[in-house]
Ligand binder design. Structure first.
Ligand SMILES: NC(=O)c1ccc[n+]([C@@H]2O[C@H](COP(=O)([O-])OP(=O)(O)OC[C@H]3O[C@@H](n4cnc5c(N)ncnc54)[C@H](O)[C@@H]3O)[C@@H](O)[C@H]2O)c1
Length: 344
């Protein structure tokens, strides 16, 4: 029998990624979608040929009894909807970020683990072939001791002109919780999620409250509530320094950078596309050079979740990692707010 899937939050991520991927798998079927607005949820269901639609989450669970749930609501609701799905015995794929606090993420992890349910977060960048290669090369020691890692998730003029992205209450923050978290996950995944010891950060709100137009549309500067850039130093167990730079708006040369650099005492690397470089007897050498970064990471992440729900032993970004990354994001925000380092 096909596994029944329900979607909570019929927005752009649900449509472009979750629904379109599930459609490619014969082992599953999408039975329902839930959203707060009746007409829009009905339109979503019709457009995507989903049989039933609801405005009440509990009513959907009672009527449909799904096996799997995709949570694609704004960040603020992730905890509520994931908990509800877990209470109803469903495996869950939740969009990133896991939640807006580490306490919420911890509870989600505990309930999933306690009930033997799969809880995965859509950190899709870690599913790129480039990440798999880099993880192997780092583990084999090709880079030597990796002592500095730089994660960058930067947009030059990319304050989103749609959705809730500038609303602190709905999102839990700005570029760090929206973009930076992706590159932090990719970096930590390659390193094997080492323990974070100390965090120091500074954030700025210099452009979002001043301008109203960017390459991603228009916003209201009077309602711009989140940081427009954040910079942090993360000290990892074993002595490695992980640096994060993230922005919706920052006057840089490039329009956008989403990448991680690894610096070891034997070689250095960039992640997207995977590239490893060093020097031998005074000659600069390229050890690995992928032409382009893997474009299929979103589909691969979705595939891993479905495969795991079907009983295969595959990697997903799980509840534990969701908690660890939320603990880190929270510490970065706390450090920036208090103007002091945070020890974890
Ligand atoms: N993995 C990625 O790279 C990626 C990219 C974009 C967005 N996202 C994440 O996906 C999530 C949704 O983002 P989006 O861009 O699709 O936003 P969106 O605004 O297009 O969709 C959100 C949907 O949730 C619905 N919703 C709001 N409150 C609800 C409630 N209480 N109950 C049920 N539905 C509710 C809205 O009506 C809307 O249809 C966010 O958490 C975002 O961070 C992830």
């Amino acid at each position: 029998m096909k596994k029944k899937i329900a979607i909570i939050g019929g927005g752009q991520m649900a449509e472009k990624v979750h629904v379109s991927y599930y459609r490619t798998r014969n082992e599953v079927e999408i039975v329902a979608v839930v959203g707060p607005n009746f007409e829009r949820t009905k339109d979503f269901a019709k457009r995507n040929e989903i049989a039933r639609y609801y405005t009440d989450v509990e009513e959907m669970f009672q009527a449909e009894k799904p096996d799997i749930v995709s949570v694609c609501t704004p960040n603020k609701y992730h905890h509520e909807h994931v908990m509800k799905a877990l209470e109803h015995g469903c495996h869950v794929l939740c969009e990133k970020p896991p939640s807006i606090s580490s306490q919420e993420a911890r509870q989600m992890q505990e309930v999933a683990e306690g009930n033997n349910l799969i809880l995965a977060y859509n950190f899709h960048h870690r599913f790129a072939e480039d990440v798999k290669i880099m993880q192997q090369k780092v583990a084999e020691g090709l880079l030597g001791e990796v002592y500095v890692v730089k994660a960058k998730a930067l947009r030059r003029s990319g304050v989103p002109g749609w959705g809730n992205f500038t609303n602190k209450d709905a999102q839990g923050g700005g570029p760090l919780i929206d973009l930076g978290i992706h590159m932090l996950d990719a970096a930590l995944h390659v390193l094997g999620y080492p323990k974070v010891e100390k965090v120091t950060a500074k954030m700025f709100q210099k452009i979002g409250t001043k301008k109203s137009h960017g390459t991603f549309g228009e916003w209201d500067p009077n309602k711009y509530e989140v940081e427009d850039s954040l910079f942090g130093f993360i000290e990892l167990e074993g002595g490695c320094l992980l640096q994060i730079e993230t922005s919706f708006a920052l006057n840089i040369k490039e329009t956008s950078i989403m990448n991680v650099e690894f610096h070891g005492d034997e070689a250095g690397a960039t992640l997207f596309p995977a590239h490893i470089h060093s020097d031998r007897k005074g000659e600069l050498v390229t050890i690995l050079n992928r032409e382009t970064a893997d474009p299929d990471r979103l589909q691969k992440g979705m595939a891993a979740f479905v495969d795991k729900c079907l009983g295969k032993e595959v990697m997903v970004a799980d509840g534990r990692e969701g908690y660890l990354i939320m603990q880190l994001v929270e510490a970065l925000y706390q450090s920036a707010e208090k103007g002091e380092s945070i020890t974890i």
